[in-house]
Design a protein around this ligand. Structure first.
Ligand SMILES: [Zn+2]
Length: 206
């Protein structure tokens, strides 16, 4: 049926490009939009337009923002401006911030180093990170005392951690990586070997 309605086919094709949306789900969403009242469709169109036009990357940490220059994390004077948490994607910031265990500032890499996919340090925001840290070497207000690497515990995350640890050596800053291990409420006999191995490596003395 979709083939005979070109505008509907176009909508379904666009929805199908979204992550985790297969052809069937795209068609279902398309029909849902088709049946929706006109004001819902207008609101959806307006939201899509606004997000594309207004949201940009913060010029300092590269998270998403609607502010003209710096995001609200970078301008929040109650945050420790000398402690920086490195994340892969902008969406990683919200859960880390919600944990309330970190009250510093962020730096978004927009990806990881993945040689198998042809992605090197120049393809992500590594140079910008090194520049930020270098700027603090001669300016106490911008001095970064600690870099916390909050990257995934997979091959790309490990490769990126290795690269950054080397690149940030001799920058007069502590470098740490978030611990990986047993989740709260987790049962040791249900945890996979690699996670348990990491938990043992990252053990803390009591
Ligand atoms: Zn920012």
């Amino acid at each position: 049926m979709v083939e005979h309605i070109p505008s509907f086919e176009k909508l379904v094709n666009e929805l199908n490009k979204l992550p985790s949306i297969g052809p069937k789900t795209a068609q279902r969403l398309g029909y849902h939009i088709l049946r929706s009242p006109q004001n819902y469709v207008s609101n959806l169109r307006e939201a899509l337009q606004q997000v594309a036009q207004r949201v940009r990357q913060c010029s300092k940490c590269f998270c998403y923002t609607e502010e003209p220059d710096l995001c609200h994390y970078c301008t929040d004077s109650s945050r420790d401006q000398h402690q920086i948490c490195i994340v892969e994607d902008p969406e990683d910031i919200a859960p880390i911030d919600a944990s309330r265990a970190f009250r510093g500032i962020y730096h978004v890499l927009h990806g990881t180093i993945a040689p198998l996919e042809g992605r090197g340090p120049n393809d992500i925001k590594v140079r910008e990170l090194i520049e930020r840290i270098d700027m603090g070497l001669n300016n106490p207000d911008l001095k970064i005392n600690e870099v916390i690497l909050a990257l995934d515990a997979d091959l790309e995350g490990d490769t990126t951690v290795l690269y950054l640890t080397k690149a940030l050596q001799n920058k007069d800053t502590l470098i740490s990586r978030i611990a990986h291990g047993v989740p709260i409420g987790g049962d040791i006999d249900y945890i996979d070997k690699r996670t348990l191995g990491r938990a043992l490596e990252n053990r803390v003395s009591l």
